[in-house]
Ligand binder design. Structure first.
Ligand code: ZN
Length: 156
């Protein structure tokens, strides 16, 4: 498929308080959504959710820190994204406390009429992982369902 979306991890240069004394340092990572069009990762700015510094996203899992740019008020917030979401879906997503990359991913799927499951929550108990999944259908309808897995699933 020529057009796809991905959530990926970007490493910042800040360190969360609980890792302050770690050696080697454990840098904070945050999740960013990117659209990929014909193998080209959409260039965008994203803000670290810990220190607030801006990153230029140049590739999957790669960014350059933007110096000298204060607070990007042109960046979209969850409030901005909500504007184009169906009311009931946006009400529901707010209750799930998702980060902005998940909102952007869902918006991308809706805009491009792509059918996809988005994992929005996961609970692990022993070898059982229960997922809460938002199922997005190509006709613009949605459904929330549970799925239980007994293997290890990597979920961003
Ligand atoms: Zn940071």
């Amino acid at each position: 498929m020529a057009l796809e979306g991905i959530r990926h991890l970007i490493e910042c240069h800040c360190v969360l308080p609980q890792y302050r004394n770690s050696n080697p340092p454990v840098f904070h990572k945050f999740i960013v959504f990117s659209a990929i069009n014909d193998d080209q990762v959409q260039k965008k700015l994203a803000q670290c959710n810990n220190c607030g510094i801006l990153h230029r996203i140049v590739d999957i899992c790669k960014s350059e820190i933007v110096h000298g740019l204060e607070e990007g008020s042109s960046l979209r917030s969850i409030e901005d994204l909500k504007v184009s979401f169906p009311q009931r879906l946006s009400d529901f997503l707010v209750t799930q406390k998702l980060d902005i990359s998940t909102w952007e991913f869902i918006e991308f799927l809706i805009d491009n009429k792509l059918e996809k499951d988005v994992v929005i929550n996961k609970t692990e108990a022993g070898d059982i992982t229960q997922l809460k999944i938002l199922q997005i259908n190509a006709d613009g309808t949605f459904k929330i369902r549970n799925e239980t897995r007994q293997d290890d699933v990597e979920v961003l």
